[in-house]
Design a protein around this ligand. Structure first.
Ligand code: 4AD
Ligand code: MG
Length: 442
């Protein structure tokens, strides 16, 4: 078993520290190159880091020396040499090269040291090779892994929802229309309704899939396509759901500290900002949030939604995420049930990231009795002046007609979470190929 696995394991640059005096073969890309007389210095990059290799003409066959002389930045190469310790080298080690083979030559690389943001987005497919993007993508992969690991440990089943749908899961106002064999359907804005359908067999489930939002808003936290985690739990109420959310998020944070500590350091993330993320998170009602914002000088009345500015103001001095609960029913979707203690509000909670990063989670209890659901649909129609096509929701209402149960769930935007945890200026750097209203390529 192990032997077979080793077949897939090449040696990487991060491993050479333990190999001083030994020979090693490495494959990667030319990060930098300089020639000094009869020595060529090549800085090699692989996914684990960079190392300098020096090649002397007397140690190389003539053809390989020529290859080394001509090799351009970003060419792919394979090298062999002896690992030597060199305190002057940035990583403390160097390779004294004995062979260099060109795998594929690079044309002149279009990205040089100082480039505009626009060019880096145009050349995104190449910019992803930069050391910073490499590190962010590793953290992203780890965040996904810690997320799944927490949910798997806690008895959840991962489910796979359809991404093409006829029914809106949210307001429906921001959906991309798709021509489906001559009929207009949509790219999903949320997989929630499908997650809900699956609690009737699996009880605790999560879908982990893209959601699409045709939002024109060009902010630092909106993507047109983002990765959406949507757990749904039978017999959970709002308090249990908030407890689950805070434990999930703190487990992702501690997972990163334990396993990706070095990466966090390289990305200049103060680990304290993550180690303080421990349950319980602060909980305030929507009403309280409005009061707080009024005190800070924002003119807002009960019933207003919170925009980017309000969200920033609310948590800019916070260190730990804050739940804002019990929002007015007028600004929340049909699936949220009325609060029995105050029928102006619904049983829901949004989670606001600290330091003004904005909403990262939206969650709620769900209507689960047929009559309540119909009442909520009619209410939303009256408030929004829209008409739901109930044919598209017949299947959803069936769930309540055949043994409905109390349940709750939430949606977490993975790029919003990563933006906060890595303190990124813009959400686009939390995803390899960002889709925004003004950009759909590469
Ligand atoms: O608050 P939202 O719209 O809620 C829902 O879609 C629910 N159906 C989720 C559920 O209960 N299953 O979206 C949930 C989260 C937000 O809190 C935010 O983190 C993220 O999705 N999100 C976006 N992320 C990036 N770009 C956008 N345009 C986003 N819109 C929402
Ligand atoms: Mg929301």
């Amino acid at each position: 078993m192990l032997k077979q696995r080793n077949v897939f394991m090449r040696k990487h640059i991060s491993e050479i520290a333990g190999m001083v005096g030994k020979s090693v073969e490495l494959k990667g890309w030319v990060h930098r190159k300089r020639t000094s007389g009869k020595i060529i210095f090549i800085v090699l990059r692989d996914h684990t880091g960079i190392v300098q290799a020096s090649f002397k003409s007397e140690n190389l066959p003539e053809k390989e020396w020529e290859a080394a002389e001509n090799v351009a930045v970003e060419s792919s190469i394979a090298i062999e040499g002896k690992v030597v310790s060199d305190p002057r080298a940035p990583t403390g080690y160097e390779i004294s090269g004995s062979s260099i083979k060109l795998i594929s030559a690079s044309e002149p690389y279009p990205i040089t040291e100082y480039q505009s943001t626009e060019l880096l987005l145009d050349k995104r497919h190449l910019w992803l090779r930069s050391t910073r993007m490499t590190k962010i993508m590793k953290v992203r992969s780890a965040v996904f892994r810690h997320t799944r690991s927490f949910l798997d440990r806690n008895g959840f089943f991962e489910i796979t929802p359809p991404l093409i749908t006829a029914s809106a899961g949210e307001s429906g106002a921001d959906m991309f229309t798709v021509d489906y064999f001559g009929k207009d359907v949509y790219l999903t804005e949320s997989s929630q309704l499908y997650s809900e359908a699956m609690i009737y067999s699996l009880e605790k489930v999560y879908s982990f899939a893209p959601s699409f939002r045709a939002e024109k808003s060009r902010t630092t936290k909106h993507l047109a396509e983002y990765w959406h985690l949507e757990p749904e739990m039978a017999y959970f109420d709002l308090n249990m759901t908030m407890e689950l959310i805070e434990n999930l998020i703190s487990s992702i944070a501690s997972g990163l500290i334990e396993n990706e500590g070095e990466l966090l350091e390289q990305l200049v993330i103060d680990k304290k900002t993550l180690s303080v993320v421990k349950p319980p998170f602060k909980r305030i009602t929507y009403e309280k949030a409005i009061e707080l914002l009024n005190k800070k000088g924002k003119e807002l009345s009960w019933g207003d939604d919170l925009g980017v500015d309000e969200e920033r103001m609310l948590t800019q001095d916070e260190k730990v995420p804050v739940f804002v609960t019990h929002w007015p029913k007028e600004i929340k979707p049909f699936y949220m049930p009325i609060n029995p203690e105050d029928d102006r509000t619904v049983l829901c909670a949004d989670l606001q990231a600290p330091a003004g990063h904005g909403e990262i989670v939206g969650g709620s209890e769900r209507v689960w009795k047929y009559e309540d659901a119909i009442r909520r649909f009619r209410e939303v129609e009256a408030i929004k002046g829209v008409k739901f096509n109930m044919d598209n929701y017949a299947w959803y209402l069936d769930l309540m007609r055949y043994g409905g149960v109390p349940h709750a769930g939430f949606g977490m935007g993975m790029e919003r979470l990563i933006k906060w945890m890595l303190n990124l200026d813009h959400i686009r750097d939390a995803i390899p190929f960002p889709r925004m209203s003004n950009r759909v390529s590469p």
